[in-house]
Design a binder for this molecule. Structure first.
Ligand code: SF4
Length: 225
C-alpha cells in the first residue's frame, strides 16, 4: 500500500522561507487540535500525494526553487520524514520545517544529521493554558524541542498566534519572560488571529489592544506579522 502523507503542495512562495524562493508541502494530520487552527481540512484530512510524487515534482524544480517548506498539519509525525528529507537535501534544496514541537526526538535527529536549514517553532502557550488551546498536555515535549534548537546552531524562530480570549496581554508578558529566562535571542513573531477565517473551533472575535503592542523585551526583537 502506498502511503500518501501529503495533503497538498503550494508550488511557489516568496514569503514562507526567509531569503529563499520555496514550495510548501502540506502534511495531513496533526497531534494537536488548536482551537484557532486555520487548516482544519489539513488537520482532519487525508493525504493525497505520496513522497515519490512530491519528489518527481521537486525534480522538475531543481535550479528553479531554493527551498522546501515542510508544513501542515505536523510533518514530524510521519515515520518516513527523515529519509524523505535526505532525498530532498540530495537534490540541493534548503529545508525549513514548521513544527509544534511535540516530537523532540525527530527534531534531534534532523539537527544531528544536518538536514534542516531553518525551523519555525510554535510556542502555543505556557503550561497552564496549553491543554485548553491545543488539546495536548505535552508542554514538556515542546520545551525539549525548544531547548534542543536553542542549544544548536540551526537558525530558528519562535512564533505565537494571539487570540485575545486565549492569550491576554498579561499572559503574553509571561511568555516573553519565559523566553528571556530560556536565553532566547532570535526574533519572536506574533501572529494576530484573523477574525472571519474558518478555524477548527468557533471562537469569539479577537481584539488585539494596545497593551499587546506594548509588550517588549530587551533580549530579543518582537515582531507582529
Ligand atoms: S495550528 Fe495546531 S492543530 Fe493546526 S496544524 Fe498547527 S499545531 Fe496542528
Amino acid at each position: 500500500v502506498s502511503v500518501k502523507p501529503i495533503y497538498s503542495i503550494t508550488p511557489f512562495s516568496l514569503l514562507d522561507f526567509k531569503d529563499y524562493t520555496s514550495c510548501i508541502i502540506w502534511f495531513a494530520g496533526c497531534n494537536m487540535k488548536c482551537l484557532y487552527c486555520y487548516n482544519p481540512e489539513i488537520v482532519n484530512g487525508k493525504g493525497v500525494y505520496s513522497f515519490d510524487s512530491v519528489l518527481s515534482f521537486l525534480d522538475k524544480r531543481i535550479g528553479l526553487l531554493d527551498g522546501v517548506v515542510f508544513s501542515g498539519g505536523e510533518c514530524t509525525l510521519h515515520k518516513e520524514l527523515i529519509p524523505f528529507i535526505m532525498k530532498v537535501k540530495d537534490r540541493g534544496f534548503k529545508v525549513k520545517i514548521d513544527t509544534n514541537g511535540l516530537k523532540p526526538a525527530v527534531v534531534d535527529q534532523l539537527i544531528d544529521a544536518q538536514l534542516i536549514d531553518y525551523v519555525a517553532l510554535d510556542f502555543k502557550s505556557l503550561p497552564e493554558d496549553f491543554q485548553k488551546i491545543t488539546y495536548s498536555s505535552a508542554f514538556n515535549q515542546f520545551e525539549k524541542t525548544f531547548d534542543l534548537l536553542n542549544g544548536s546552531s540551526v537558525p530558528f524562530e519562535i512564533r505565537t498566534t494571539i487570540h485575545s480570549s486565549l492569550i491576554s496581554s498579561k499572559v503574553l508578558t509571561k511568555m516573553v519572560k519565559y523566553l528571556e529566562h530560556k536565553k532566547y535571542k532570535n526574533e519572536y513573531f506574533l501572529q494576530p488571529y484573523k477574525n472571519g477565517v474558518e478555524v477548527l473551533t468557533e471562537l469569539p472575535r479577537s481584539h488585539i489592544s494596545e497593551e499587546y503592542q506594548r509588550v517588549s523585551s530587551l533580549s530579543f526583537p518582537i515582531s507582529w506579522r
